[in-house]
Design a protein around this ligand. Structure first.
Ligand code: GDP
Length: 333
């Protein structure tokens, strides 16, 4: 049975990837941060499944900077594939906590590479990189050869981690690769990211539970795709003969305003009646012109992002509507 180890298993991508791997017959081990509150709602359905939890799905506690424990977990579980998805992943928050961002996102990756370098049985390793490494690029769309010019603490940390992965691949012969992911969203996206914040608000406003939505700049443009499709590409990357980096993107960018319009349209509302601008959500520095060129992934992985922005906005709004309604019916019963 193929065995995979995931960091960041409780996150959006970690939960979709776990489902994908279990569905393909893998044993899955996940590393989770120890904290006093349990934040694993995205995996609850798997924990409840007695045929899965502690049979084919196992959790281990370790912080990303706890090298000894992570080494022990890797030596014990001997995974064939290692998906490194963990890190401080919020760009806006990275301006407030740059040191923590670098400690986990940059140094956490280097520490993991060092552990893997010393292992007798070395797993194939995937690092989830980000379009943020390109920052304000000269060329658009960006591909795997576009120079990195990050402009946010998160982007800078990811650039360090991405270049380290390439360095370990080229210098120490590790099967290690970067999935250079553009924004990818879903109903499991964290609530502080703009897409989910918008779809939750659209649903709540439609149900009469909320009046307004406070946002920062609406001008930013992103290449937004659907997360379950991206974890499929990550898996495909580790099935290749040769390790290499891939841009995972839709190839089309949209503004925050366009996403807003699509989300509110899904509940027949006009976003202009509800959105207020709030300084608190403005960032000291913004990326620009980020749109990915996924040709290499199309060609070598046979992968294409299929879900369009209006479809994405609609499916997220519908999921938020359903969960708000089910909370309502629990409260009423
Ligand atoms: P990321 O920064 O690309 O990882 O994704 P986000 O979803 O956090 O932000 C996407 C864009 O939405 C950025 O240009 C933000 O400045 C903009 N934005 C506007 N208002 C908000 C807000 O209230 N929260 C967040 N997270 N982003 C916002």
């Amino acid at each position: 049975m193929t065995c995979a180890l995931l960091t960041g298993i409780t996150g959006q991508d970690g939960s979709y990837l776990t489902e994908l791997l279990l569905g393909r017959g893998y044993t899955v081990h996940g590393i989770v941060r120890r904290s006093s509150t349990i934040q694993r709602t995205r995996l609850d359905h798997l924990f409840a499944d007695k045929d899965v939890y502690n049979r084919r799905l196992f959790l281990h506690y370790a912080d990303l900077d706890d090298v000894t424990t992570i080494r022990r977990i890797l030596s014990k579980t001997e995974p064939d594939e290692l998906y490194h998805l963990a890190g401080q992943s919020h760009v806006g928050v990275s301006f407030e906590i740059p040191e923590t961002t670098c400690q986990f996102t940059a140094m956490g990756t280097l520490k993991l590479l060092e552990i893997v370098r010393d292992l007798e049985k070395q797993p194939r390793m995937l690092h989830i990189s980000s379009s943020e490494i390109f920052g304000r690029p000269d060329e658009s769309p960006q591909n795997e050869r576009t120079p990195m010019r990050p402009v946010t603490p998160y982007g800078i940390a990811k650039t360090f981690a991405t270049q380290m992965v390439t360095f370990y691949r080229e210098s120490f012969n590790l099967f290690a690769c970067n999935a250079i992911c553009y924004n990818h969203e879903s109903s499991r996206r964290g609530e502080s990211f703009v897409t989910r914040k918008i779809t939750r608000a659209a649903a709540a406003i439609a149900l009469g539970k909320q009046k307004d939505l406070a946002l920062g700049s609406l001008d930013g443009r992103r290449d937004w795709g659907y997360a379950p499709e991206y974890v499929e590409a990550m898996w495909k990357m580790l099935q290749q003969q040769v390790a290499s980096d891939f841009v995972l993107a839709t190839g089309t960018s949209h503004s925050v305003e366009e996403f807003l319009a699509a989300a509110f349209e899904a509940v027949n509302l006009d976003w202009r009646d509800h959105v207020v601008q709030d300084e608190r959500y403005m960032r000291p520095s913004e990326v620009s012109r980020l749109v990915g060129d996924p040709s290499k992934a199309n060609r070598d992985l046979g992968w294409t992002a299929e879900t369009t922005l209006p479809q994405l906005a609609r499916l997220m709004v519908e999921s938020d509507l359903a969960s708000l309604k089910s909370k309502e019916s629990i409260a009423d019963s």
